[in-house]
Design a protein around this ligand. Structure first.
Ligand SMILES: *Cc1c(COP(=O)(O)O)cnc(C)c1O
Length: 316
């Protein structure tokens, strides 16, 4: 499988790729294995993060369709929504965010960044994204301009292609990785990585750490199949292609003791910052696997740092 099929999908340049990979020497010594970090917190737009890769495909499609207005949604502190606003502004499109009221809605964290960008933010008093997608259509029609809707987390098949690209970047490294570990919030990052691993890293196991309670055992393979179809790649997707672990704790965006411990360890030993909603809990899952003796001393484990810096400043 070469990248020709990937290249057939238009992609706009929003960030800086490939992102760096570093060995975490002190944490590797503590865990008695080889832990590396893929710095997707340094994707080069806003404060960085995984959504930049997805937006390169999604906004290319929006442009190609002639859209002038971009809608997306998420929680009040959605990193995805903030990055969508940043990316849309940068390419001259008007973003409107319709966010769920849950979480920190004050001028903190991602809300602060959105106010700096002058982003139009509407809070919807609903727990159902379907209501929000209907509201987007209503507002879009009312404004009478061509618009494009990006789903929560940018997690559709097209968005996943950004993480197929990431797997290709990982293939080009000198190290061979036995494990890839990432957070799972809406599933697109893991689906792209797991599909990309089937294409480029066939002996690498992909572990997703679930920070929400959706049925990811169905969602992730479903996204993988749809993304494979977009690439016209004949790839059989089965349950063995993905490994999911629950690190959600009391709920989505509710900090956990394990997540906070992981954030402190990474900050103290490596001088890097994880966030309480996604990457802290995901790295806690990696620490738990190490404690269970899953990793051998000779193994190479790559943690994908998916960003979330904005959320670090708006903790419950
Ligand atoms: C959105 C997000 C994730 C989860 O990615 P999904 O593709 O939605 O599963 C992980 N980390 C951060 C910082 C995020 O913003």
């Amino acid at each position: 499988m070469d990248t020709m099929q990937l290249r057939n999908h238009p992609r706009i340049n929003l960030g800086i790729f490939p992102t760096p990979v570093q060995r975490l020497d002190r944490i590797s010594a503590i865990l008695k294995t080889n832990v590396y970090i893929k710095r997707d917190d340094l994707t080069g737009l806003g404060l960085g993060g995984n959504k930049v890769r997805k937006l390169e495909y999604l906004l290319a499609e929006a442009k190609a369709q002639g859209a002038e207005l971009v809608f997306t949604t998420g929680g009040a502190q959605s990193n995805h929504a903030m990055l969508t606003a940043a990316a849309a502004g940068k390419i001259g499109m008007r973003p409107i965010l319709i966010l769920k009221k849950r979480g920190v809605t004050e001028r903190l964290g991602n809300q602060l960044l959105e106010s700096l960008m002058g982003t139009e933010v509407i809070f919807a008093d609903t727990d159902d994204y379907e209501d929000i997608y209907e509201e987007m259509d209503r507002i879009g029609h009312q404004l009478g301009v061509p618009y494009y809707k990006i789903p929560c987390g940018g997690s559709n098949a097209l968005g996943c292609l950004g993480y197929v690209d990431c797997a290709k970047e990982i293939q080009s490294l000198p190290e061979h990785f036995d494990y890839l570990v990432c957070a799972v919030g809406s599933g697109g990052t893991m689906a792209g990585l797991a599909l990309g691993a089937k294409m480029y890293l066939p002996t690498t196991q992909v572990y997703g750490m679930m920070v929400d309670t959706d049925p990811f055992d169905r969602i992730v393979p479903g996204l993988m199949r749809e993304a494979a179809e977009l690439l016209h790649a004949e790839i059989d997707i089965s349950a063995e292609d993905i490994h999911l672990r629950d690190v959600c704790g009391a709920g989505y965006a509710v900090p956990s003791a394990e997540g906070n411990e992981a954030i402190s360890l990474m900050a103290k030993e490596e001088g890097l910052f994880l966030d309480p909603v996604y990457t802290g809990k995901a790295f806690a899952g990696l620490l738990q696997m190490a404690r269970e003796g899953v990793f051998r001393e000779s193994d190479h484990v790559l943690f994908v740092h998916t960003g979330g810096a904005g959320g670090l400043f708006a903790v419950l």
